[in-house]
Design a protein around this ligand. Structure first.
Ligand SMILES: Nc1ncnc2c1ncn2[C@@H]1O[C@H](COP(=O)(O)OP(=O)(O)O)[C@@H](O)[C@H]1O
Ligand SMILES: [Mg+2]
Length: 399
């Protein structure tokens, strides 16, 4: 709450307290002046004033009854001295308004006004002129009291409305703070989840693929040894693969891009990858690049390289293909990598349901860059994997 609001509230409390004390004060002032100025029946006047004080103190709970009694007391006191009309009569206006509702308020105010005016005129109106001025003053008082009270009420209502709004605002701000904290926690959790996914994907792409290759080569070495052929070559392959995956795993932990892209443009890195893979698996694999090759954002290049690696790993593991072709196409806004094989094929829908990690991770990587991944395959008809990503250049992002 602001200091201005605090000051306003203190002010309101002060006014309310003084309004409560006002009737007694007015009564005392009237009684003292009456005592000094009237010589007859002072004790009776004092007694009536005391009765009025008790009435106010005790009876104000019984709203209508209280106001009727109050007006009668004002009337009686006014017959004792004009001073009661000058001061104490204000209590009649005040309490008619605060203790009654609707038209009853005006009834109370009018009665009080009529009594005061009568007292000022020194008794009930005698002539037509008296009646007219009586009516005029009474109406004027009623109108003035009504107007002031109305303005006062509107102000009070406004101030209450303002207080409600401030309270509501404070409530909303508290709720917002809660929401904010919740969002931060969620963002942090999402970040942790993303990072975990990334690590899992990278481990799959590097360690798992590498170990699969190592096992394949060692198996080949065992076969070669049995048939007394060049088994050392396979062991050498296995060692190279193991060393490379170890290096890749280390890079993953430190979140740096793949070694192949460090100093080599993407088309060359893919060409190299294809040649090495073909040699390793003793298969025919060709790589072609079309369009204007240009350096892309590291994230984009890494995504395409990982896609090629996983697609080739899948072919080695599942396809039993004889020929493999990779095409990298640079277009205006997108870059597309196609990997085709003439192997056994599979049902991409089933694979999607079964949830192999490789294809899922591939799709995640591509869609994270707002790209698309299409897999076309059928049993006996080979497989085509096509990944399209936005051609974000290094210059676009200042990397
Ligand atoms: N080129 C392919 N030829 C034949 N089957 C494939 C090919 N690529 C993927 N698959 C099938 O899709 C499945 C899911 O692949 P993937 O998500 O990479 O998981 P994983 O390789 O670990 O089994 C594979 O198990 C395989 O049956
Ligand atoms: Mg796989």
């Amino acid at each position: 709450m602001t200091t201005a609001d605090g000051r306003l509230e203190r002010w309101e409390r002060l006014v309310a307290r003084q309004l409560e004390a006002a009737p007694y004060l007015l009564l005392v002032v009237s009684a003292v002046l009456a005592w000094q100025n009237e010589s007859q029946g002072r004790m009776l006047t004092l007694g009536l004033a005391a009765l009025a004080a008790v009435w106010i103190a005790v009876m104000s709970r019984f709203r209508a009854v209280y106001v009727i009694g109050l007006v009668i007391l004002i009337g009686v006191l006014c017959t004792r001295s004009i001073w009661f009309a000058s001061f104490f009569a204000f209590t009649g206006y005040l309490h008619s308004w605060s203790h009654l509702r609707g038209l009853w308020r005006f009834a109370g105010v009018t009665a009080t006004a009529a009594i005061s005016v009568t007292a000022y005129q020194g008794g009930l109106p005698q002539s037509a002129g008296d009646v007219i001025s009586f009516l005029f003053f009474t109406a004027a008082i009623v109108a003035a009291v009504g107007l002031f009270s109305f303005v006062g009420e509107v102000t009070t209502e406004r101030s209450a409305e303002r207080k409600r709004m401030v309270a509501q605002l404070e409530e909303t701000m508290r709720e917002n703070a809660g929401l904010h904290a919740q969002l931060l926690v969620q963002a942090r959790e999402a970040g942790v989840f993303d990072e975990r996914q990334r690590m899992a994907g990278e481990i799959h792409d590097t360690i798992a693929q590498g170990l699969t290759g190592v096992v394949t080569q060692l198996q080949a070495a065992v076969h070669a040894r049995e048939s007394d052929t060049d088994w050392q070559r396979h062991v050498g392959n296995a060692m190279t693969l193991a060393r490379e995956s170890l290096a890749e795993a280390r890079r993953t932990i430190h979140a740096v891009g793949p070694a192949q892209l460090e100093s080599t443009p993407l088309p060359e890195a893919l060409d190299e990858l294809t040649a090495r893979w073909a040699a390793l698996h003793e298969l025919r694999a060709d790589f072609t690049a079309t369009g204007t090759a240009r350096p892309l954002h590291p994230e984009v290049e890494e995504t395409l390289l990982r896609t090629a690696q996983e697609a080739l790993a899948n072919i080695a593991k599942h396809a039993g293909a004889a020929r493999v072709g990779l095409t990298l196409s640079y277009m205006n806004d997108t870059v597309t990598l196609d990997v085709r094989d003439d192997g056994s094929g599979f049902d991409p829908l089933l694979a999607a349901d079964g949830g192999g990690f490789g294809l899922t991770a591939m799709r995640k990587r591509v869609t994270r860059l707002a790209g698309t991944l299409e897999i076309e395959s059928e049993y006996g008809g080979g497989t085509a994997v096509s990944a399209s990503v936005p051609a974000i250049t290094r210059r676009d992002t200042g990397v």
